[in-house]
Design a protein around this ligand. Structure first.
Ligand code: ZN
Length: 87
């Protein structure tokens, strides 16, 4: 049986693995690794709520009005505040 010397992705310790795909030295580190990768997946899912298209449209709209994207967003949220105060 071939043994691979690997470096743990979590603690950096070198360990011997029987599979080339092993990335963690122990179950504890594997759990930590899984926790991190599922958190990253969640972050990516959250980013999908704001599609790039919408961002591009807003940036275009901003430059049409001679504003930077940041100024345009600030203006939009100021308008929204005024509208709710009027109600
Ligand atoms: Zn480890």
């Amino acid at each position: 049986m071939r043994v691979y010397v690997r470096e743990c992705r979590i603690c950096g310790k070198t360990f011997e693995a029987t599979q080339a795909s092993s990335r963690y030295c122990s179950d504890e580190c594997r759990r930590e690794g899984n926790r991190i990768s599922s958190r990253l997946r969640k972050q990516k899912a959250k980013m999908r709520i704001y599609p790039n298209r919408e961002l591009l449209d807003m940036a275009k709209e901003a430059s049409k009005r001679g504003l930077s994207y940041g100024e345009y967003v600030a203006k939009l949220s100021a308008n929204r505040r005024e509208a709710t105060e009027l109600e």
